[in-house]
Design a protein around this ligand. Sequence first.
Ligand SMILES: Cc1ncc(COP(=O)(O)O)c(C=O)c1O
Length: 367
Amino acid sequence: MPRRYGESTRTLRAATPPARPGAPVSPGPVPVSAYHLDPEESAELDFYGRASNPNWRQLEAGLAELEGAAAAVVFGSGMAAITAALRVLARPDSVVVIPSDGYYQVRRYASESLVPMGVTVIEADHQEIYAAAESADVVLAETPTNPNLDVVDLHRLAGICRGRDKRLIVDNTAATPLGQQPLALGADLVVASATKALAGHSDLLGGYVAGSRPELMEAIARERLLSGAILGAFDSWLLLRGLGTAGLRFGRQCANAQALATVLSGHPAVSSVRYPGLPSDPGHALACAQMQHFGALVSIELADAAAVHDLVARSELLVSSTSFGGLHTSIDRRARWGDPVGDGFARISLGIEDTDDVIADFTRALG
Ligand SMILES: Cc1ncc(COP(=O)(O)O)c(C=O)c1O
């Protein structure tokens, strides 16, 4: 390196390769904005980080492959992905069905942003959704639902929507594409938070929309470009790194969930256990028909809020956290977020700990 440069220039140049459009993410200028002298030459290249970046291509190809989709578009969070899909599909005179028993912030978005735009929003639970779909333009379903883990029959719902030429969006966050393939069951779009089990390390937020209709996916990508709800280049890279171990992690997490749900079903301190993998669960038959894994979430009902707090205090492994899908087994008392559940209702997200350790820890902590 020429000695005529000062120290700062030299260390900067030592740390960063020359700007090369299409190069993988680096601390250099390429992912944010490569400068091209010739507009003809740069038309196909990454020219600005809100429009494209090379890490997205890798990530989107991987997510599309996992979801069985022709394409995927990544976003800065699950909510960014869900709301982009709703903005693309909902018109001011549309009727949109959203889950009354699903992730609560979707209901907030619908009432605070879609309703003022003139959209008619209908909230329906996992049982009401089929009838509601009969008169809807767009249906957003979530299965298993967060936090009750009820299962929606996607094949049946897709049949209703397709028969009326209406669009079905499915939130695949809890099941992940390893546990469920909504597009194969007839959905038009999958939306999901990648913040959870796919990223898996509780250190970033991300989301995506996946689908196979070119006109829809182009509109989704355009919505991202213009709304700017992008996933940063570094979080894309971290998400890619997490995704590489998602299969291993999710397999262990689901095995831990099945084992814990089975043990807690017979525990005197637990009045109810919800897990689609339990033969006694109301959603089990449906889950067997449409899921390849039953998921990493187990919901339980204890006596009251104090009982949940005691469980956390006595446990050595449990982390109190509202997100889920991470490496550690975690728990969230959902009534504090206003979910329509009892005070002692807790959603547990199983981590990658050894199954025997998780069972022993819960058994000890529940007393
Ligand atoms: C089912 C479901 N969908 C969407 C989201 C939103 O994801 P994010 O927090 O990445 O925006 C969540 C978050 O918990 C969720 O549980």
